[in-house]
Design a protein around this ligand. Structure first.
Ligand code: NAP
Length: 482
């Protein structure tokens, strides 16, 4: 692979690249320049049906492929992703806008899902036991759930796809991936890589469409489809849960977040600032795990706020593809407008700006790194995902108070705590309503750990020992008289 123009951009169905059945396309825009950089096919209902047909045709062959062989193919996907990391990172930086350093981090993270699931694929085991009545044995066999529809967002174009594809393939399922319309090029580049790694035709199919609702509904209505794994906003997740309910389809939902980032007086200030920069600024804030509310205890508040202002104001803003960029553009103009609306709302309610705070002039969807303090609890940004480079700081006095504030949200995906008192850290962690907690760390994502949320942040887990794979399997119980 040399540059993005050499990648295949057709629908990838049954191992073949093709145009959509009506010839329509979706334009892909570089968010740094607003220029159109490519066009991908806009799949019709007929194309979606062909993708399900292809996944169905490949299903029994893949299900019966020995786990060791599946594992070796997944391992090869990891190796190829690692070999082609620079090219893939450049493609992600181009279509998503994130800084190259973030794109490189994403490729490494995305590839790890193949390595981890290659290792897990050969360790899927069942259960065997005696019924309490003593009359029979209980045998539990884990079987692939069947054809899976996978839907992913634009903020991690590689990792959100591999986090689903790798465990699904390890489990023995065939899949249809529908990536986000803003970032389809990475998904197609990866499809070519899977083929090179030896994934048989039809095992992974990739389609892009500008009608995700209609196309997804049609696929879910096909009785051969047994699983929907979705990563995206809570609003769309709710719609898809309702749609899946009509057909009683198993759902995994990785949805939105509103992560609190709590700094106690006894925290290591420099470590907390380092962590805040990662938790807030990875992907320029466009992450579901991004620190969305920073609660800082009164005694350390001023030093933390000033430290964060200095670091945020020093960030180099620019196109993701430039090597020294630290904060790239947002994904769309709409995203910039939303961020600005939240910032203006916070001002109107009494927040103070320490740096940034206004839309950047010129072309490209840029928003400057922004730090706000004295952000009141009723500010919209305390309740909605900012999804941008804005760090809102609020002061707190006591432990019970900050736990109540942290939990005052419908979301429950990620939370961060900084304290030198490990007992306090664990106590607070146990009381925060969140699927994941980072204690004295700015990052928790790890293919070896279960990723997922509680409350409106989702259902199910991805990654981890068994958790991720079990989402793509059914437990079959066999009662045996011996
Ligand atoms: P989104 O608008 O919900 O879109 C996500 C995906 O769903 C895209 O592929 C989109 O396709 C598709 N989609 C939209 N409407 C649909 C419908 N009616 N039926 C079927 N598919 C539909 O989310 P986004 O703006 O791309 O991503 C940002 C959100 O994702 C944030 O809320 C973020 O927190 C969340 N997220 C969560 C996690 C997690 O692991 N919990 C990880 C990353 C992101 P189009 O692109 O064609 O519209």
């Amino acid at each position: 692979m040399s540059d993005y123009t050499t990648f295949s951009h057709g629908l990838y169905i049954g191992g073949k690249w093709r145009a959509s059945s009506d010839g329509r396309v979706i334009e892909v825009v570089d968010p740094s320049t607003e220029a159109v950089i490519a066009a991908v096919p806009d799949a019709t209902l007929a194309d979606a049906g062909a993708a399900v047909d292809a996944a169905a045709a490949a299903a029994s062959g893949w299900r019966e492929t020995p786990p060791r062989r599946r594992s070796e193919i997944l391992r090869r996907c990891f190796e190829l992703m690692t070999e082609q990391a620079e090219t893939l990172a450049a493609l992600i930086a181009l279509e998503n806008g994130k800084a190259l350093r973030d794109a490189r981090g994403e490729v490494a993270y995305a590839a790890e899902f193949f390595r981890w699931n290659a290792e897990e694929a050969v360790r899927i085991s069942g259960e065997f036991g005696l019924s309490p009545s003593g009359t029979n044995r209980i045998v539990v066999d884990y079987q692939p759930i069947g054809i899976c529809v996978l839907i992913t967002p634009w903020n991690f174009p590689a990792a959100m796809a591999t986090r689903k594809i790798a465990p699904a393939l390890a489990a023995g399922c065939t899949v249809i991936l529908k990536p986000a319309s803003e970032t389809p090029l990475t998904a197609y580049a990866l499809a070519a890589l899977y083929e090179e790694a030896g994934v048989p035709p039809g095992v992974v199919n990739v389609i892009t469409t500008s009608n995700p609702g209609t196309v997804t509904s049609a696929m879910l209505a096909d009785a051969r489809v047994r699983k929907l794994s979705f990563t995206g906003s809570t609003g769309v997740g709710r719609v898809l849960l309702a749609e899946s309910a009509k057909h009683v389809i198993s759902c995994s939902m990785e949805l939105g977040g509103n992560a609190p980032f709590i700094v106690f007086d006894d925290a290591d200030l420099e470590a907390a600032l380092d962590g805040a920069m990662i938790a807030k600024m990875r992907n320029a804030g466009e992450a579901c795990t991004a620190a969305n509310r920073l609660y800082v205890q009164a005694g350390i508040h001023d030093a933390f706020a000033e430290g964060l202002r200095k670091r945020m104001a020093a960030l180099k803003v620019g196109p993701g593809t430039e090597s020294d960029t630290e904060c790239g553009p947002m994904i769309t103009r709409k995203a910039v407008d939303k961020i600005d609306r939240l910032v203006q709302d916070a001002f109107a309610r009494g927040a103070k700006v320490l740096c940034g705070g206004a839309i950047s002039e010129g072309r490209g969807y840029f928003y400057p790194p922004t730090v706000l303090c004295d952000v009141p609890a009723d500010a919209l940004m305390a309740h909605e995902e900012i999804f941008g480079p804005v760090a809102p700081i609020s002061r707190f006095e006591g432990e019970a108070e900050v736990i109540a504030k942290a939990n005052d949200t419908e979301y429950g995906l990620a939370a961060y705590i900084y304290t030198r008192d490990l007992a306090k850290g664990m106590r607070v962690a146990s009381k925060i309503e969140s699927g994941m907690i980072a204690l004295n760390r700015g990052l928790m994502s790890d293919p070896a750990a279960p990723f997922g949320g509680v409350k409106q942040s989702g259902l199910g887990r991805e990654g981890g020992q068994k958790h991720g794979i079990v989402e793509f399997m059914e437990a079959k119980y066999i009662a045996v008289t011996m």
